[in-house]
Design a protein around this ligand. Structure first.
Ligand code: HEC
Length: 217
């Protein structure tokens, strides 16, 4: 202020008696400003190696997606449980040790939403005849494997291993027809019980067959 330069020119307007000079921005400032715009454009289009990979935006995106796919495979895509997977569910259903393991897996991971007696809370009642995603062993397994992320059912293949998934599914099937204390209202459609023809299920159904041999209590 004390050393006004030749080109300093006081602008006409003033506000509260404050006035300003019409000084140009310094050259170094202007050039950095221009350089950042240029750099931004090159970065955006990704055409110069060093600033980006130099492949261009689209090719860059595609190669990153291809690399991710190679690394993670199709793991993200919903997976349909195969008939062989379903067979291992049925094998677990007849194997008391596997069922016990299934119960433990269920207790650790599932009771917070489905309750310890499977009567349902956040998730549906798993003991009744009503199913949203089907009640065949293969369908139940598929639901557990993929989850229903939109509805709050986690994708369990991200947490549990293959045989644990099958054991959890077997445990769910084994609990069909039991009577939870305060079951959640039915959700889904009523289905014939596809898996109940398997002996494993009725053994766990709290002796409903006792009526037949007169052992009523
Ligand atoms: C965070 C809560 C939550 C947890 C934990 C959870 N579930 Fe679920 N589950 C749900 C919800 C919500 C649904 C209903 C999804 C829908 O509406 O489509 C569901 C649905 C299901 C179904 C399908 C029921 C039908 O009617 O088709 C099965 C089977 C199931 N869960 C099993 C399990 C198993 C086994 C575990 C543990 C490994 C588990 N769930 C853990 C919330 C949960």
């Amino acid at each position: 202020m004390s050393t006004p330069r030749d080109e300093d020119r006081l602008l006409d307007h003033q506000y509260d008696e404050i006035q300003e000079y019409d000084n140009p921005t310094p050259g170094w400032w202007t050039w950095i400003f221009v350089a950042t715009i240029l750099w931004g454009a090159l970065y955006f289009f990704n055409v110069i190696p060093g600033i980006g990979t130099g492949k261009g935006r689209v090719a860059n995106y595609e190669s990153e997606m291809a690399a991710a796919k190679a690394k993670y495979g199709e793991a993200q895509a919903p997976k349909q449980a195969s008939a062989a997977d379903a067979a291992s569910v049925l094998a677990s259903l007849h194997d008391p040790a596997a069922l016990a393991a299934g119960k433990e897996i269920f207790t650790t991971n599932c009771v917070s939403c489905h309750r310890a007696d499977l009567g349902g809370q956040i998730g549906p009642n798993l003991t009744d005849d009503f199913w949203i995603h089907g009640n065949k062993p293969q369908e139940i397994l598929t639901t557990i494997v993929n989850g229903v992320p939109d509805k709050g059912m986690p994708t369990w293949s991200a947490v549990l291993k293959g045989d644990q998934l099958a054991k959890a599914a077997a445990y769910v099937i084994s609990m069909h027809g039991t009577h939870p204390v305060a079951p959640k209202e039915p959700q889904g459609v009523k289905l014939e019980w596809a898996a109940s023809s398997e002996p494993g299920a009725s053994e766990h159904a709290h002796g409903m067959e006792n009526h037949e041999n007169g052992e009523k209590h």
